[in-house]
Design a protein. Structure first.
Length: 642
């Protein structure tokens, strides 16, 4: 049974909503009573704002005559219900970490649970002011993240981050139709009339799945640098695309000059064609290569004005699935520490398709952009300051008010935009902030803010810890250093008790290792208080939920133990806290933890192996080269379950 087929069976058999899908490989499923419990509601007082079909950490809804904002608070494990007019807040506890929210047309509130294998379904009985009532759970592959409703309202698609998959549900019953395996790190999702588009944190790709069936296909988001300066051969190097948390659809209403007013310059204007495009706010990355060699750590120096990381919104023609964005442009030789290096959410104004909003963590602002530009992140027309950690955006039905969920500070910021047809407001009045109830201590809040903070404290060129370790994970890249390529390791759940730190540096103190890293990145440094807060945050990052094991995993565990893998990887997924020679004449390398190893490729200290199977077949680790093909397959299945 394939992993995708196994996931379909899991969705049908675990506690969930609706009967098992017809293509579910084995019997079982939910009882009719359970299916009815999750079916379309006629009692909820909530109604979604027209035109909103994608989830976010904030959702606006009509609650009778009132407009309410619903916010997912991962840190406090709660959903906050805010009366927009009065600012009154009511909080509902959630069992698990709520990630994103989607209000269905009939008023059910779908909540993805990031640290679990499910989405929870709530409704407001009477009114949201009286609280939300949980109706049922939808079983999903590990780490549900984002959800989206199809254009016809008949399907809901949900991405799962840690057992990389897309689950398609019947929108009325919330019963599973099918589960499709995806490449690593899926995040944002958008559903059109017949297809599903999925963004990824790593891998430089956009996944596309037909609603009617079939496997996922990939649109490459690799691109190149463009500059009037610099050697042509160097500019031809392919750059990666990372930080793909979200995506949006933009309609190009007319040809240039056929009416309407574009906010962007002629250089950045959209191609002269009508239709829809998919826009993915990203970060363009050049990690360097082993052949060229570098004198600095973690990537090459700025190349003809293009930093190793720079913001780029990549555009894809929705009809042809062809990438329209081919290059990122030079912006000058000086590093720009106020760039949007951590784009977290995108919102396109339905009242005027040329206006988009991008939430930027790290620099704590929302950038108003020309959404019809070929690269909207290079067509910034206004910057709106926010409290720390903007992760979600919503727009009032009339397009005059922007709502920003500043998750780290625990604030809902309300920004009056003014006339939707006007130029960016000069002298706009102060924003209104609504403070959300929180269980987070000031120290914990400070540590998280430091992890995402841009500026020059960590790196001279404005990068944050989260630039390479998004949400404590990894960027899927191998970076150049004077010692050779070094693969970015995952941090979440892997730090406590796993010293030494660093592939080959042997530091047994996390504070000392962070200080060394900041020095190598030529950052200005952290004082003792901030360093302690950052260490506490890193050590508190939870291990993500495990994926469901395949039937081969049991046999693979026996191979793992019998062939000596547990000698270095103690307690199955741990580490012996030692360094070992991996190549003749090389430095000794730290034994990494194997927790969630399946979604942290490429593998080995220098990322030389693209798959776990290739690593086992070709590396000199233990007796892996001597394994028979069936032993190797079962061992891979076991490693993927860790």
């Amino acid at each position: 049974m394939s992993r995708a087929a196994a996931a379909i069976a899991v969705v049908g058999l675990l506690t969930g909503c609706g009967a098992a899908a017809p293509e579910t490989p084995r019997g079982g499923g939910d009882t009719p009573a359970t299916a009815r419990a999750c079916s379309a509601s006629s009692t909820s007082s909530l109604r979604p704002v027209a035109g909103v079909r994608q989830s976010s950490t904030i959702a606006l809804a009509h609650d009778g005559p009132r407009l309410v904002a619903l916010l997912a608070d991962t840190d406090s494990r709660a959903i906050h219900v805010v009366d927009v007019a009065s600012g009154a807040v009511r909080s509902v506890e959630v069992e698990g970490a709520p990630e994103q929210l989607l209000v269905s047309p009939d008023g059910r509130l779908l909540v993805t649970i990031a640290d679990g294998h499910r989405a929870d379904v709530f409704e407001a009985q009477g009114s949201a002011e009286g609280g939300l009532v949980k109706r049922c759970e939808v079983a999903l592959p590990a780490g549900p993240f984002a959800a989206a409703l199809s254009e016809d309202g008949g399907s809901i698609a949900i991405t799962s981050a840690w057992d990389p998959a897309l689950t398609v549900l019947d929108a009325a019953s919330l019963s599973p139709r099918r589960v499709v395996a995806l490449p690593r790190s899926p995040r944002g999702v958008l559903v059109t009339s017949d297809r599903v588009f999925v963004s990824h944190l790593a891998g430089s790709r956009l996944s596309v799945v037909d609603l009617g069936g079939g496997e996922a296909r990939t649109v490459s988001l690799r691109h190149r640098g463009a500059s009037a300066e610099g050697p042509r051969d160097a500019l031809g190097v392919a750059r990666e695309a990372g930080q793909g948390y979200a995506l949006a659809s933009v309609t190009i209403p007319s040809r240039s000059g056929e009416g309407g007013r574009s906010l962007s310059s002629a250089l950045l204007a959209a191609p002269a064609r009508r239709g829809a495009r998919i826009v993915v706010p990203s970060v363009s990355v050049d990690p360097g290569d082993e052949v060229s060699g570098v004198s600095m750590y973690y990537g090459p120096p700025p190349l003809a004005g293009i930093p190793k990381q720079s913001p780029v919104a990549l555009a894809i023609d929705a009809a042809s699935e062809k990438r329209l964005s081919t290059h990122t442009l030079s912006v000058g030789r000086e590093p720009r520490v106020r760039d949007c290096m951590l784009p977290r959410a995108i919102l396109v104004d339905d009242t005027r398709q040329d206006r988009g909003f991008i939430a930027c963590m790290g620099i704590d602002e929302v950038q108003v952009v020309d959404a019809t530009a070929l690269d909207p992140m290079a067509a910034v027309v206004e910057r709106i300051e926010t409290p720390a950690g903007p992760t979600g955006l919503a727009l009032s039905p009339d397009g005059l008010t922007l709502f920003v969920h500043a998750e780290i500070d625990g604030v809902l910021r309300v920004v009056e935009l003014g006339d939707a047809g006007a130029e960016p407001a000069a002298g706009r009045g102060p924003a209104r902030d609504i403070t959300l109830p929180s269980r987070v201590t000031d120290g914990a809040r400070r540590g998280r803010a430091l992890f995402y903070a841009g500026g020059d404290a960590v790196s001279f060129d404005g990068l944050a810890c989260a630039s390479c370790h998004p949400d404590g994970g990894d960027d899927g890249l191998s970076w150049t250093t004077p010692e050779g390529l070094r693969q970015t390791p995952m941090l979440a759940g892997r730090l406590v008790g796993t010293a030494p730190y660093g592939w080959d540096r042997g530091s047994h103190d996390l504070r000392a290792y962070i200080t060394q890293t900041v020095s190598r990145l030529r950052g200005s440094g952290l004082d003792d208080r901030d360093l302690g807060a950052l260490v506490s945050h890193l050590e508190s990052l939870p291990l993500p939920p495990r994926r469901e094991a395949s039937p081969l995993a049991g046999a693979g565990r026996e191979v793992f133990l019998s062939e000596g893998c547990a000698t270095c990887h103690t307690d199955v997924d741990g580490t012996d806290r030692e360094k070992h020679l991996v190549d003749e004449g090389s430095n000794a390398m730290d034994t990494p933890s194997l927790r969630h190893v399946a979604v942290t490729g490429p593998f080995f200290h220098d990322g030389r192996y693209r798959t776990l199977d290739a690593l086992l077949e070709h590396s000199d680790m233990g007796r892996s080269r001597a394994l028979r093909a069936e032993q190797r397959a079962s061992l891979v299945a076991f490693l993927e379950s860790l």
